[in-house]
Design a binder for this molecule. Structure first.
Ligand SMILES: [Zn+2]
Length: 487
């Protein structure tokens, strides 16, 4: 068989201040036909796996585009259209294929396109016709739309957040796509709309048990795949929200009943997902006065992984005002400060104007006096402690008086892992408070050293109180905006 594969995407926060353009794709990674000879990078990791499986099975592989942009604001129209058309041109040039496999995010919005993934799948379907199997692996923070359902045969979402199951899900999608193309199964997809917009952390209860139950039920006869599409709250489009997806072997009634059964479970658990994070002042006071150490505080509102600038000074300013000591905070995205520090070099003591430059929600720039403790170039970090690397560019470790340690870089990314802190020389175990600019991907890695982890609610481009998000395209009939959107 002939398998065509491609991967491109981003996660669009329509409330973020910076548009997503060409440079954002090129900075993260951009390969047209040579992905398979390059290192595995997050969303192209499935392409490496599919190629390996296909080669073992004796299938031919055609590899098209693979690129990803760090989440930010809405994607520039012509950039999306040019990326999409590269994939479509490659598909036409490939001639007849048996299977199309895509690795996409699911929450990419461009000017004029609320549903970029659905648009791409629909255009692919027009080219390949009805008989070719089209399967897509998606981030659980994507959206699930009718256009995707109408255009693809198989939609498989990650089950874990943090996303440490990308290859596991890619493996499953490959198996399902091959079995479908060989007509051993006939996938039928149905979803149930939970009418909720919330934040679900799968390493902890009740979500850990929910995920385990999905996996258990997938072993039952006729059940091919179950996915909870969490949705991406700050991606304003008509379908944003939580949807439960079921794929069965030619049994639409079973798919519908399973989607509703699992969707209802999430609905019944909703009070567990009501946002109740402490304020910055409460969290810092608690950590400052606590005997536990280190306590990890997540600055969830300034998470680059959700499109925020990652240069908010609000928490650092509060740390200094409270006269705290033994703190690490990062990663600030401030290319100007990085350039100055790179020139000055290790050991220099400088007055710097840090952060607060890339959005009104980032607060004002903060004037600090700090010693440059270390500078590393071509830094990268893995998701958790895995081996799929993402670029961080040049990383600078600054230290202010009272042992306040600050990480700054010039390639925007959230603090996925504690490794950048450790590799540059910061001894995390000896600190009282570690502040990470991330929502949840940091969790598994920092859990190893943290005595306690606290998600902190502050101002920023990422909002976790979905009841107050000022949607223009999504209607207001969702929990927690209304208590019962199902009546
Ligand atoms: Zn995600």
């Amino acid at each position: 068989m002939k398998i065509f594969m491609a991967s491109f995407g981003t996660e669009t926060n329509v409330f973020a201040p910076m548009p997503t353009g060409w440079e954002d794709f090129e900075e993260c990674y951009f390969y047209r036909h040579d992905t398979l000879s390059q290192p595995s990078k997050l969303f192209n990791s499935p392409m490496h796996l599919w190629n390996k499986r296909a080669k073992e099975d004796g299938h031919e592989v055609i590899c098209s585009l693979s690129t990803f942009a760090m989440p930010a604001g809405i994607t520039v129209r012509h950039v999306y259209e040019e990326l999409r058309d590269m994939v479509l041109d490659d598909l036409r040039a490939a001639g007849p294929v048996d299977i199309v496999l895509l690795s996409q995010h699911g929450a990419m919005i461009a000017q004029g396109y609320d549903d970029c993934e659905g648009d791409l799948m629909a255009e692919i379907r027009k080219i390949v016709g009805e008989k070719v199997i089209v399967g897509t692996e998606l981030d659980l923070h994507g959206h699930l739309t009718d256009k995707m359902m109408d255009s693809a045969n198989l939609l498989v979402f990650f089950k874990h957040y943090p996303h440490d199951d990308i290859d596991e899900r890619a493996d499953e999608l490959y198996d399902l796509a091959i079995a479908s193309a060989e007509q051993k199964i006939t996938p039928v997809m149905r979803f149930w709309d939970c009418k909720m917009i919330a934040f679900y952390r799968t390493p902890i209860e009740p979500m850990a048990s929910f995920v385990a139950e999905m996996k258990e039920r997938e072993k039952e006869p006729g059940v091919l795949s179950l996915s909870l599409c969490h949705g991406f709250p700050t991606g304003d489009m008509p379908d944003v929200g939580t949807r439960m997806m079921a794929i069965t072997d030619n049994d639409p009634d079973l798919a519908s009943s399973l989607a509703e059964e699992f969707g209802q479970k999430i609905w019944e658990l909703r009070e567990d997902f009501r946002v109740d994070f402490p304020s910055i002042d409460t969290a810092l006071t608690y950590s400052h006065e606590s005997n536990k150490h280190p306590i990890v505080l997540a600055d969830i509102s300034d998470n680059a992984g959700g499109g925020a600038p990652s240069d908010s000074t609000v928490m650092l300013r509060a740390v200094l005002e409270k006269d705290m000591d033994d703190v690490a905070i990062g990663i600030f995205w401030d290319p100007g400060v990085v350039r100055i520090c790179k020139a000055a070099g290790k050991g220099a003591v400088l007055d710097l104007c840090l952060g607060g430059k890339h959005g009104v929600v980032s607060g004002l720039p903060l004037n600090i006096n700090a010693e440059i403790m270390n500078v590393t170039t071509h830094q990268a970090q893995a998701m958790g402690d895995g081996d799929v690397m993402m670029p961080l560019g040049t990383l600078v470790w600054l230290r202010m008086e009272n042992n306040i340690n600050i990480l700054v870089n010039d390639v925007r990314n959230q603090a996925l892992s504690r490794l950048p802190f450790l590799e540059i020389g910061i001894e995390l175990e000896k600190l009282g408070t570690i502040i990470v600019k991330s929502s949840n991907h940091f969790f598994n890695s920092f859990d190893v050293v943290a005595e306690e982890i606290i998600h902190v609610s502050g101002p920023g481009a990422m909002s976790f109180d979905s009841a107050t998000i000022p949607y223009k395209k999504r209607d207001g009939n969702y929990w927690p905006k209304v208590e019962n959107p199902h009546k």
